[in-house]
Design a protein. Structure first.
Length: 202
């Protein structure tokens, strides 16, 4: 199909506001609202759960059909990028929406390899506040650069990634140990008061 369409027309189709948007509550077409295909996601349950803008599709959407493949060629998105899921986690934590925060977190972990989130540069997400740490209730979250996976770092006052996420620390860009220079500064600022304290810090 697409081989018969001139490249100039392909570009116009990708950018034109011609696609209907699904209403997130009723799942029918939103009247009077059209947008470009590149801003929409496939009408799949996971994309709806993440509250992404969905292409309205009358009937059953078949991701492997000829029509679906052509729409993906034009820019219809099958799933969100890794940094987009992180942004959902950060925004839902800020809004105290724990259910969606939890779902987006599990979605990121479960689709880490499948959706190539392992290719996401972790430096780009280390400043977003979306991770729970030990001893802090939701929605009190921190960015990856402000917590660590090694529970022993707690003796120096460092926030420790929540136990439920510790096996996935690398997926979120969380380092296992704090920088040695930071550890030295912590010890100098609060030196051990006894031999027992010194042993705990080892």
């Amino acid at each position: 199909m697409r081989d018969d369409i001139p490249q100039q027309d392909i570009k116009r189709l990708k950018l034109a506001d011609i696609c209907p948007i699904e209403d997130p509550k009723t799942r029918v077409e939103q009247p009077g609202r059209l947008t470009s295909i590149t801003k929409l996601y496939e009408p799949l349950a996971s994309n709806r759960m993440l509250e992404l803008p969905i292409l309205y599709w009358k009937g059953n959407f078949m991701p492997n059909s000829q029509e679906a493949r052509f729409l993906k060629f034009l820019g219809l998105r099958p799933f969100p990028s890794g940094d987009e899921v992180v942004r959902i986690m950060a925004s839902t934590a800020a809004q105290n929406r724990q259910a969606l925060w939890t779902y987006s977190q599990q979605y990121y972990i479960e689709n880490y390899e499948k959706n190539n989130y392992n290719m996401l540069p972790k430096s780009g997400i280390r400043s977003f506040r979306f991770l729970l740490v030990e001893g802090s209730p939701f929605p009190k979250v921190v960015p990856p650069q402000q917590c660590y996976a090694n529970p022993k770092a707690a003796i120096l006052g460092y926030p420790i990634l929540d136990r439920s996420l510790r096996d996935h620390a690398g997926k979120f860009g969380v380092q296992f140990d704090p920088d040695i220079h930071g550890c030295v500064d912590c010890i100098l600022a609060n030196p051990p008061l006894s031999v027992a304290d010194t042993r705990l810090a080892k």
